[in-house]
Design a protein around this ligand. Sequence first.
Ligand code: CA
Length: 228
Amino acid sequence: MEKILLIEDEPGLIATLSKRLESHGYDVSISRNGSDGLDEAINHWYDLVILDIMLPGMDGFDICRDLRRHKEHLPILMLTARGQTIDKVLGFKLGADDYQTKPFQMAELVARIEALLRRSNHGENLASSSSYRFADIEVNFRRAEMRRNREVVDCSAKEFQLLRHFILNKGQVLSREEILNTVWGYETVPNTRTVDVHVARLRQKIEANPGKPSHLLTVHNMGYRFDG
Ligand code: CA
């Protein structure tokens, strides 16, 4: 039976989550306070930690950073409020392995948990993560590196930032303007065509058939969506 530690202070969410996870056969322990949760995770064996960000005692980012120092292979899934992209980036830097945006469907969360446990059970090196895999691609956020079939793919800094932005917003339609503002910011005065050019280059690097993409999709009149 795999052991999950849930560090969360919201009673309703605790009840729903623990009930659902137990019905999937997981052994669930709960910490309602950040610093207690950190102690618990450091001092006991868990297969995975689900970590809220806003917590009494100590926030999820500090817990994540400290926990990663003690347990470099422990899968950490953070819960974040909708649209907190900046939080996701920060969390990945601090060593979280995945994110679940609140509110969420239980089925989606369970799928993420299963994927994380599969990865760690297969002995993949989570120490060098946070990484993200899809198809034959592996993206390593810490090293700012992309591999295809284990071979390093040459990527410009902007291409990498763009890919990371897509991954962090998986499944959501992103407009060209939003992408431009987030990935390019105030650095230059590019136009939305810049986004198209970089998307085309990324497709060459990640798609089996760049002319018929299956991951970096064009959403007509709206922008792009990443499915991975
Ligand atoms: Ca909370």
